[in-house]
Design a binder for this molecule. Structure first.
Ligand code: YCP
Ligand code: CO
Length: 286
C-alpha cells in the first residue's frame, strides 16, 4: 500500500486555535523515541491506553483509548474526532509538533504483535508550512489542512519540518481485530471520502553524485560522527530522487570504506530502524 488522502474535513478555525494555544502550553516531556529524530519533535498523548499522558509508547491494546489530562485541554480536536470517526478501534491520539528537525526513515509496528495489516495510522494536519514534508517508500508528500491522510507506517517513512514555524498534526492509531477491515469503516459518514484533494507532491531532483557526497565523510567517519552523518544523509530523499532507506546502506558503505569496527553497528542501526525491534528496545548512537 501507500500513504494517501482518504478523506476531507472542514474545521472551525477559531475553535481549533484555542486547542492549538493549549497545545503550545503543554509541558516539555522527555521524548519516548529520541533516537528516531533530530530537532524538536514533541509527541503529546491526548488519548491512550492508560489515560496517563506520560505514557507515550505505541503499544497493542484491546480497549478503547482514554482521554488524558492533556487531551482534556483539546476539546475541539476531541469533538472533531468523535464526529468524524468510529472510535471503536481507535487506540491512541497524539498531537505532534515537529519544528526545525526531522524524523529519520523508519518502519513502525515492527515491535508489536499484530499483523502489519491490522494497524492503521491516520493524520489530521492542523498547522502546516511549505518546508514540511512526509515521505514513504513511494512518494514525498505534503499533507495540507482539511485533508485526512492515511500514513502507511508499515512502510519505511519519515517526516520533516525544515523551518522554525510550527507544524502540528494529530496522529490517530487504529488497531483492528482482523486484517480485513476497509478504510471506510473508520468514517461515520462515508461522504467524508468523496471529492478528495490531489496530494501535494514536491518534485525531486536527480542525484548523480552520491559517491562524491559520501567520499567527503569517509575520512572522519567515527562513532561520534554517526548521528550527524545520518542527519546529513537522511535528508537527501526529501529533495532528491533516492530511496528513502538508502541512507542506511550509505552508512554501511561508509563504515566499510572507513575501516575500523563500526560496520556492525551500522547494520544494527539499519535493522533497528527499518526491519525489526523488540518492544521498548532503544538504539544508542555512541
Ligand atoms: C511511533 N515509533 O510510531 C513511534 C515514532 C518511531 C517509533 C518513532 O509513533
Ligand atoms: Co513512524
Amino acid at each position: 500500500m501507500t500513504s494517501q488522502i482518504i478523506g476531507k474535513i472542514k474545521m472551525d478555525d477559531s475553535l481549533l486555535q484555542k486547542d492549538l494555544e493549549a497545545i503550545s502550553k503543554f509541558p516539555i516531556l522527555e521524548e519516548a523515541y529520541p533516537e528516531f529524530g533530530t530537532g524538536t519533535w514533541k509527541n503529546y498523548s491526548l488519548w491512550n491506553k492508560s489515560g496517563d499522558y506520560h505514557d507515550m509508547q505505541v503499544q497493542d491494546s484491546d480497549t478503547p483509548a482514554k482521554i488524558t489530562e492533556l487531551g482534556e485541554q483539546t476539546p475541539y480536536i476531541n469533538r472533531v474526532i468523535k464526529e468524524t470517526f468510529d472510535t471503536t478501534y481507535l487506540r491512541m491520539v497524539r498531537a505532534r509538533n515537529l519544528v526545525n528537525g526531522f524524523v529519520f526513515p523508519h518502519r513502525d509496528f515492527v515491535e508489536l504483535n499484530r499483523k502489519q495489516e491490522q494497524y492503521l495510522r491516520v493524520f489530521l494536519p492542523l498547522e502546516t508550512n511549505t518546508d514540511s514534508f512526509h515521505a514513504d517508500e513511494n512518494h514525498v508528500f505534503q499533507m495540507q489542512k482539511n485533508e485526512i491522510w492515511k500514513l502507511d507506517a508499515s512502510l519505511v517513512h519519515s517526516a520533516a519540518n525544515f523551518s522554525n514555524n510550527t507544524r502540528i498534526h494529530v496522529c490517530l492509531d487504529f488497531q483492528f481485530p482482523t486484517a480485513d477491515f476497509a478504510i471506510e469503516d473508520i468514517f461515520l459518514n462515508k461522504d467524508t471520502m468523496l471529492d478528495l484533494a490531489t496530494p501535494t507532491r514536491p518534485k525531486r531532483d536527480k542525484l548523480t553524485n552520491i559517491s562524491e557526497v559520501l567520499d567527503k565523510y569517509v575520512k572522519d567517519f567515527e562513532p561520534e560522527n554517526v548521528h550527524q552523518t545520518l542527519v546529513d544523509l537522511a535528508k537527501y530523499h526529501f529533495y532528491y530522487d533516492v530511496g528513502i532507506a538508502d541512507c542506511y546502506d550509505w552508512l554501511i558503505d561508509l563504515a566499510q570504506k572507513a575501516g575500523g569496527n563500526i560496520v556492525e553497528k551500522m547494520q544494527v542501526l539499519k535493522k533497528f530502524m527499518i526491519e525489526k525491534r523488540s518492544f521498548g528496545e532503544q538504539f544508542s548512537f555512541i
